[in-house]
Structures are given as structure tokens and as C-alpha cells.
Design a protein around this ligand. Structure first.
Ligand SMILES: Nc1ncnc2c1ncn2[C@@H]1O[C@H](COP(=O)(O)OP(=O)(O)OP(=O)(O)O)[C@@H](O)[C@H]1O
Ligand SMILES: [Mg+2]
Length: 433
């Protein structure tokens, strides 16, 4: 991407859309409804898949739980005890006694009240009853799509089916991504870990280099990174070969990680006095990739939230930059500074560097602000932004505490599907020329 002449949205643009956000989110149902109903890990309205992939339990905004299967729309209950609800409803509808279910309240005992009522007759609205769509009329997904919850479930099913029907191309040359944004907390680590896991799941050999002293990527991939563990610090500062510090992630067969320990916090200062201080990661990575028995298809380098020497080492070692942008106020602030730095690296240290990918993260469709950010970013970076948006999702944020990516933690959740879709988009697009 030639980014130098691209304007980024102004804070004023964002501020105007920010005013509407509060009103938009005010209608959102309380998130802990689900917890009251025993779904402590669930999100309101989001289906929770059971072990059997064709069955899900969902909680709607009123806290009502529903069991949905590919064959039968059913109310909540023990799945094993579930009756064929559809037959029951159909039978009820055809029988006249169904009206008993909607009996009007008993007449008041007090005759005075009766008089008042008869003087001013109350017009009651007609009673409505919804019936299940017959199986023959249901869409291909197999779900009755007559409710928003069922429609959402059907959509998830469609996405899963589409993903599983795709064979992703593997790159012929290792694609090395630096995941960078000097803004903190925008989803760099989450994106690194989940894209790496998503690609490893589809058969690619993937290496994650944790270049952040916080060691969050190491945690999320379930690899050891206590202070005494040999890590990327020893690679950069003491010239230890990467092969002696790399660990296999328990997440997926072909997923590896070079961990970061707390020692890396001092590396920024120690690097200053070292020879070829900007090239140290590149040299180590080149040697590692050349000497690996099996070629790696992807390398993702997770950067700290700064533009210091560690991030510069990552830019010099990579071919592509992936910038996660959070769909929030201030999202684009600092982006021009980041692009300017990349341009300097490209000019002086790594002519092959290319900002190939921008991923919008923590998208919340209910806010006008998020939609405004998406629109702005797509307008300014039409070729780089992935079509896939990563939604704000509880599953994504809680997966690292189990030492897992969301891909293995809750494969069928909307957040996991989005990262799988983003990975598929990256694989299909291929490396930029
Ligand atoms: N799509 C998402 N939905 C919900 N929470 C998310 C999502 N993506 C990231 N988070 C959460 O936001 C926080 C910041 O994410 P993350 O650590 O990936 O950002 P970062 O850019 O790597 O941060 P840092 O700059 O500190 O390295 C984390 O708590 C993470 O779990
Ligand atoms: Mg991080």
C-alpha cells in the first residue's frame, strides 16, 4: 500500500458520530441476564453450541432459554428429555381447545365493577399464536427462521458450512506478518493468536513470535514463559538460535511459538548499543526458517504497543504488516504516525515491507460509532481492509484465560468463525506482489 498520501479520518468526524453512540447502546439488554439463567459463559442472544454440533442452547434478551436443533425448533429443557415440540404445536393449532390457553380473566365478583365495565366496553386485541414452520418449508440450513434467534443460528450454520467446504491455498513462500499498532489494546495479540490458530487448523505450519514483554501471545497459546524460560530475549540480545527456544503450542499440531518473558522489557535499552540493532530479529528468523526441516507457511510477530526498537526489528523481519484497528473512538488517531514509520523502514531498512492487511476488531453492530469507523477505514484503505469484521465477543476475550485461542476454545462461536473467515480471506488473497 502506498499510504503516505492517504488522509485518515479526523477526530472531529469521529466525535460527531460518537454523540449518537450513547443513545444507540441505551436499548441494549443487560448482559448478565444469561448468567441469571445459568449460562455464565454465554452472551445474551448468542447460541451456545453443545457437544453435538447440530444442537444449540440460546438465551434471548428476556432471559428465555431455547434449545434449537437442526431438525426441530424446541423450547429449553434437558436435551435428552426434549419432546418433538413441532408435532405438539401443530396438533394444538388444529384443535379447538387451544383457545383455552388464552382464556380471558374471570369476571369480577363485584357487581359494581361489572356495571362500570359494561358501560365502557373494553376492546381486547386479537390473540396471536405463532406456529412452527413445517419442516418442508424450512430453509436449507434446516432451522425454522421465524425468530431472530433462530435466524442468527441459521446464519452461523451457513457460515460453518461455507468454511468447512473451502480448501485454502498454502503460500509457496513463507509469509511473514508483523502485527502492529502503537495504540494499546486494539486487538494485536488477539488477532495474532487467533489468525495463527485459524491457519494452523486448516493445515498450514505457523510460527508466532511474541515480541511483547507482556507475553500475552505466549499465554494465549499455552506455552511456558516464566522468567527463566529461554525466549525471544535471548535470541535478540544473546544470539541464541531460535530453534533452541521455539515451543510447540498445545493448541494445534502445526502451531509453534517463540515465547516472550519479562526480560524483554529491558531489551529496548540493551539493543541501543548492539551492532545491527534493527536487524537482529531478521537474521535470527532467516536462519531458523532456512534450517527448519519443514517449511513454515506463515509467521506472525506480535508487537508491543510502541514504535521502539522491538517494533522496528519486527518491521525489518517481515514482508507484510497487519494493522488491527479497533472500531472505537480514537481508532484512527496515530495511524498516520504508524504509516509514516513504516514508510521510513520501507525506504531505509526493508524495501519489501508492505501494509497488506487491515483488520477491524471489536466491532459492535449496535453502535453508530462502530459503523462510522468501518465506513471511514474502508473509504481510506479500500484494498487493505478485510471484508471480515471481528465482532466484540465475550468468548474471544475469555479464551486466553484458559490458555487457548477462541478457535479451539469455542470453535462455533461467532468470534471464532470471524477469525476463521479473516484467515481464509488472507490465505485466498495471497501475498501482495
Ligand atoms: N473481539 C474482541 N471482543 C472482545 N474483547 C476483545 C476482542 N479483541 C480483543 N479483546 C480484548 O481486548 C483486550 C485487548 O486486546 P489485545 O490484548 O489483543 O490488544 P493488544 O493490542 O495486543 O494490546 P497491547 O497493546 O496491550 O498489546 C484484551 O482483554 C482482549 O481479550
Ligand atoms: Mg498485545
Amino acid at each position: 500500500m502506498k499510504h503516505q498520501d492517504k488522509a485518515v479520518a479526523t477526530a472531529a468526524d469521529q466525535a460527531s458520530s460518537a454523540e449518537t453512540e450513547h443513545a444507540a447502546v441505551a436499548d441494549v439488554p443487560p448482559a448478565d441476564d444469561a448468567e441469571q439463567h445459568g449460562f455464565d459463559r454465554g452472551e445474551v442472544g448468542a447460541p451456545v453450541w453443545t457437544g453435538d454440533e447440530s444442537t444449540a442452547i440460546a438465551v434471548d434478551s428476556t432471559g428465555t432459554t431455547t434449545v434449537l436443533t437442526a431438525d426441530t425448533p424446541a423450547p429449553v429443557g434437558d436435551i435428552a428429555d426434549a419432546e418433538p415440540i413441532e408435532d405438539e404445536i401443530d396438533a394444538d393449532v388444529s384443535e379447538p381447545e387451544v383457545a383455552d390457553e388464552f382464556e380471558k380473566p374471570a369476571a369480577p365478583a363485584d357487581p359494581a365493577e361489572e356495571l362500570t365495565e359494561s358501560a365502557e366496553p373494553v376492546v381486547e386485541p386479537p390473540l396471536e399464536r405463532t406456529t412452527a414452520t413445517p419442516a418442508s418449508e424450512r430453509p436449507a440450513s434446516g432451522f425454522d427462521e421465524s425468530t431472530p434467534l433462530a435466524r442468527e443460528l441459521a446464519e452461523i450454520t451457513r457460515r460453518r458450512q461455507l468454511l468447512s467446504s473451502q480448501d485454502l491455498p498454502l503460500p509457496t513462500k513463507t509469509r511473514i506478518f508483523t502485527v502492529a499498532n502503537q495504540k494499546g489494546g486494539v486487538g494485536k495479540t488477539t488477532t495474532t493468536v487467533n489468525l495463527a490458530a485459524a491457519l494452523a487448523r486448516t493445515g498450514a505450519r505457523v510460527l508466532v513470535i511474541d515480541l511483547d514483554p507482556q507475553g500475552n501471545a505466549s499465554t494465549a497459546l499455552g506455552v511456558e514463559h516464566r522468567s527463566e524460560t529461554p525466549s525471544v530475549y535471548e535470541v535478540i540480545i544473546n544470539d541464541l538460535p531460535m530453534a533452541s527456544v521455539v515451543q510447540k503450542s498445545p493448541e494445534f499440531e502445526a502451531l509453534y511459538c517463540i515465547p516472550a518473558t519479562i526480560h524483554l522489557a529491558g531489551a529496548e535499552i540493551e539493543l541501543v548499543s548492539l551492532v545491527a540493532r534493527e536487524q537482529r530479529l531478521r537474521s535470527a528468523l532467516e536462519t531458523f526458517l532456512e534450517e527448519s526441516d519443514d517449511a513454515f507457511h506463515y509467521v506472525f510477530i506480535d508487537c508491543p504497543p510502541s514504535l521502539g526498537l522491538l517494533t522496528i526489528n519486527a518491521f525489518v523481519a517481515a514482508n507484510e504488516v497487519l494493522i488491527p484497528i479497533q472500531c472505537e473512538y480514537y481508532a484512527l488517531e496515530g495511524l498516520s504516525q504508524l504509516l509514516n514509520n513504516i514508510q521510513l523502514i520501507e525506504r531505509h531498512l526493508n524495501p519489501t515491507l508492505n501494509v497488506s492487511t487491515i483488520l477491524l476488531t471489536m466491532y459492535d453492530a449496535r453502535t453508530n460509532l462502530a459503523n462510522q469507523v468501518v465506513q471511514d477505514v474502508r473509504e481510506h484503505f479500500p484494498n487493505e481492509v478485510l471484508q471480515t469484521l471481528i465482532p466484540r465477543s465475550v468468548r474471544i476475550s475469555e479464551a486466553p484465560s484458559y490458555g487457548q485461542s477462541v478457535i479451539s476454545y469455542d470453535t462455533n462461536s461467532p468470534g471464532s468463525l470471524s477469525y476463521l473467515e479473516a484467515a481464509a480471506e488472507i490465505a485466498r488473497r495471497g501475498a501482495p506482489n
